[in-house]
Design a binder for this molecule. Structure first.
Ligand code: HXC
Length: 254
């Protein structure tokens, strides 16, 4: 099988074969990575800069607190001068039966996944995209399509985000903003994969029921996000693209 290169850790790849034109993002791409943990961000930014030779600015935000997003977007515009792409990738998740899920646990996941996506999209739109256009890519999940057990919190949150994708695509299309979503399946080497028991599922042969009979890899997700974020998808908006090897069709509750 001709799969793209990947690493199973949080390190950058040591080699990469382009599948799109290397100048797909015209002038390359400086990045901002943002989360609550500055230590982890700084380490990741160093690795990214070393691997790409581009700038990577680590900024602390909590997507539940709009003022922290506002400050980060101001800093980004001051340092980099423009924003072309927003990837909404913040998500909280764990396996938990509905009966054991505290009211606060459900609320926390909705606040991170759903309100966090709205808060960040709105701030970036107000401060830059409204006048310059841009591309938003949300990261979703297929959990709600068939009601995956132990995932009522994340599945409900992501279903709301899928609706939000369409609402914002309609409202912001006239400003030249495209809003799309990628819904990955099980992706090896990710926090979600470890937390949700991916390695155990793999060793028990659970992935054989997936039509493509394997987990996906991070580079495959990057290629999908790059498609949605770049001019390769210039006439695509309001779309939820599933990249899960056909997984949700056959294996919602294995
Ligand atoms: C049950 C839990 C819990 C768990 C936290 N809570 N972890 N309940 N099981 N494992 C409850 C807490 O008891 C508390 O409720 C409430 O959630 C809030 O927890 P806090 O720790 O106070 O909040 P906070 O630190 O802000 O957020 C917790 C968190 C977050 C949501 C667990 O730290 C988190 O998820 N981090 C991991 C990020 C991550 O891995 N993202 C990738 C997701 S992958 P009480 O009532 O006690 O106050 C993904 C892919 C899915 O989503 C698709 C795969 C196929």
């Amino acid at each position: 099988r001709d799969l793209p290169e990947d690493v199973d850790t949080d390190d950058c790849m040591t080699s990469y074969t382009h599948i799109y034109s290397p100048d797909l993002l015209k002038h390359g791409c400086d990045t901002v990575i943002a989360s609550r943990n500055l230590e982890k961000l700084t380490e990741a930014a160093k690795k990214l800069m070393a691997a790409t030779g581009r700038r990577c600015l680590p900024l602390t935000i909590d997507v539940r607190q709009p003022q922290t997003i506002s400050a980060a977007v101001d800093e980004t515009l001051k340092e980099l001068g423009r924003i072309d792409i927003l990837i909404n990738n913040a998500a909280g998740n764990f396996l938990c039966p509905a009966i054991s899920l505290s009211f606060n646990a459900f609320k926390t996941v909705l606040e991170i996944d759903t309100m966090g996506t709205f808060n960040t999209s709105k701030v970036v739109y107000e401060k830059w995209f409204k006048d310059h256009g841009g591309a938003i890519v949300n990261i979703s999940a297929t959990l709600g399509y068939r009601g995956q057990a132990l995932q009522v919190h994340a599945g409900s949150a992501k279903a709301a985000n899928d609706a939000m994708t369409k609402h914002l695509a309609v409202e912001w299309g006239p400003s030249g903003v495209r809003v799309n979503t990628l819904a990955p399946g099980p992706i090896s080497g990710t926090e979600g994969f470890h937390r949700l028991g991916g390695n155990i599922a793999d060793s028990m042969g659970a992935f054989s029921s997936i039509p493509l009979q394997r987990a996906g890899n991070k580079t495959e997700m990057a290629h999908s996000v790059l498609f949605l974020a770049s001019r390769a998808s210039s006439y695509v908006t309001g779309h939820i693209m599933v990249a899960d090897g056909g997984s949700w069709l056959t294996s919602a509750n294995d």
